[in-house]
Design a protein around this ligand. Structure first.
Ligand SMILES: Cc1cc2nc3c(=O)[nH]c(=O)nc-3n(C[C@H](O)[C@H](O)[C@H](O)COP(=O)(O)OP(=O)(O)OC[C@H]3O[C@@H](n4cnc5c(N)ncnc54)[C@H](O)[C@@H]3O)c2cc1C
Length: 498
């Protein structure tokens, strides 16, 4: 290991780091990936409790029918042989309970329209206009359609400068329909009057085309990418926390691990949150103004998750995701204050095999602010104290009370449960305050809140959910943008299209 000079050191093995590792090692770069945890994958990590595997940050994906965007990307990333999928219910892959009324998102544009028209018979034209607009917005992005370009334009400015709620209000005046169309906003932690339209449009367009659960854990994505990287000659090291990006007068020259080891590299890609990345750099190359701009960016909210193991054959498997809002205004979910009772959640059974009849496990995810666990901020995993455990248990019991309102009797089908808080996410992925999706994009400050893959250090680049966008598609496209700095965007598109 000593004295090896790598072409590229990639810091972090979240999806962004792994996809960059794949693209660059496939193209002959000598890469090393450094991961602080024992397990690779970041949000693709899973954990086992009570004999069941639980996902932590990748529950369902979209556009995986042949020819659809993620299928093409997975094909290029050689993921198809290793990833097993289960298609979610085409009659309603997402089901919404809003202010006591039930709605369904059905698969495919026409089916989506027809299904919502059953609840909103007088709004057919609005719903048709909505899906037309989604497709127009998605088609406007060259990279989301793998189109070659001369100058890369992410997406038209209008979609960046308009908020989701204004966009939806421009399509329909019906208050209930507005809320239904925004009903899966936990997928991007949408904030009223802030989150830009393109985020909603790209995500909903992605899932409407087809929605899938990953069978037996999203860690299969990380494992497959890691195997490919190694087969291309790349190196992956776990339990290797990066503590410093070392620079000379003009550029970065390598990285230092927490144990003091120095690893020399010609270029560096950081998959670590930009605010944490900057903390690792003590160089005049990062000017104060850039540091202040990045550090001032606000992060999306975090979450409390309940991981449930069911008793054997006690509850039928639900092949859909269930979004619950106590009130009829879905945007209120993000206005959560410390100690508020649970107002909204996402509930999903996990899929262990095809044609599953009985549920083995489920996850219930609700918003939680970092402030709610602030008093334990200086503690580490497994050593947070009895009052923290009591807080987690009280919160879990409250969650189950709320879940019982929609699924009466569910408590009696549960064998055991585990929980996680914003501190868990902070400590396992090093995202600021356990934020789910990183930096909030704000239509009021469109350029300031879009973080570039380039930094003020010429050979240091960023990747991951904080550049471009989050989620399986946003991060993969973002990784292509980062790798384009080495390979050129059109070459990458050519390779994917081959
Ligand atoms: C609760 C939740 C549910 C989600 N559900 C979905 C979903 O259903 N579908 C979907 O598409 N997306 C989902 N997402 C979003 C998706 O998981 C993320 O956008 C994506 O995985 C983030 O990838 P990333 O590359 O930015 O890195 P991350 O996953 O954040 O990984 C960063 C990596 O860097 C490592 N690291 C940090 N600091 C250091 C250091 N100093 N040294 C070395 N390594 C370090 C971390 O340990 C980690 O492995 C969900 C996210 C959350 C939180």
């Amino acid at each position: 290991m000593a004295n090896t000079k790598y072409d590229i050191a990639i810091l972090g093995t979240g999806l962004g780091g792994l996809v960059c590792g794949y693209m660059l090692s496939k193209n002959g770069f000598n890469v090393i990936l450094l991961e602080k945890n024992a397990q690779i994958g970041g949000c693709l990590q899973t954990f086992k409790r009570f004999g069941v595997k639980f996902d932590t940050g990748m529950h369902y994906i979209g556009s995986m029918l042949e020819g659809q965007i993620l299928h093409r990307l997975f094909n290029y990333l050689n993921l198809l042989p290793d990833i097993k999928l289960n298609r979610l219910d085409e009659e309603g892959y997402d089901r919404l309970s809003i202010g006591g009324k039930q709605y369904r998102y059905a698969s495919g544009y026409d089916h989506f329209v027809e299904t919502l028209c059953q609840d909103f018979p007088n709004n057919r034209r609005d719903i048709e206009e909505y899906v037309t607009q989604l497709q127009n917005i998605a088609n406007a992005s060259p990279l989301y359609n793998l189109r070659k370009v001369e100058d890369y334009v992410f997406i038209e400015a209008d979609y960046i400068k308009t908020s989701i709620n204004d966009f939806i209000a421009s399509i329909t005046k019906d208050y209930n329909l507005q809320n239904v169309l925004a009903g899966n906003l936990p997928l991007y932690a949408g904030v009223k009057d802030k989150t830009p339209t393109y985020i909603h449009a790209l995500i909903n367009n992605f899932y409407i085309q087809s929605a899938w659960r990953i069978i037996n854990g999203s860690d299969s994505i990380a494992a497959s990418l890691a195997n490919s990287i190694r087969s291309f000659g790349g190196t992956i090291r776990t339990k290797s926390e990066v503590s410093e990006i070392v620079c000379n007068d003009t550029q970065a020259i390598g990285i230092r691990l927490a144990d003091g080891e120095f690893i020399e590299a010609k270029s560096i890609i950081s998959n670590i949150h930009p605010q944490s990345t900057l903390k690792m750099i003590n160089s005049h190359l990062i000017r104060k103004a850039y540091r202040v701009r990045i550090n001032d960016l606000e992060n999306t909210i975090s979450n409390f998750t309940l991981y449930i193991k069911f008793k054997e054959k006690a509850t039928p498997y639900l092949n859909y995701n269930y979004y619950y809002y106590k009130q009829d205004d879905v945007w209120k979910a993000n206005e959560r204050k410390v100690g508020d009772p649970l107002q909204s959640y996402l509930f999903m059974h996990q899929c262990a095999r095809e044609n599953q009849q009985w549920a083995e496990s489920a996850e219930m995810i609700g918003y939680m602010r970092f402030d709610e666990v602030l008093k334990w901020e200086n503690t580490t995993v497994g050593r947070r104290g009895d009052d923290y455990l009591a807080f987690k248990q009280a919160t879990a019991e409250h969650y189950l009370d709320v879940l019982e309102e929609s699924f009466p009797g569910i408590r009696s089908t549960i064998e055991a449960y585990e929980t996680s808080t914003p501190l868990t996410y902070r400590d396992y992925t090093a995202t600021q305050d356990g934020s789910m999706y990183g930096i909030i994009r704000d239509k009021n400050f469109p350029t300031q809140t879009l973080v570039s893959q380039r930094t003020k250090i010429p050979n240091l680049f960023l990747t991951g959910q904080n550049i471009n966008s989050h989620g399986i598609l946003g991060v993969t496209i973002g990784a292509a943008l980062t790798c384009a700095e080495f390979l050129g965007l059109n070459k990458i598109i050519d390779e994917i299209e081959k």
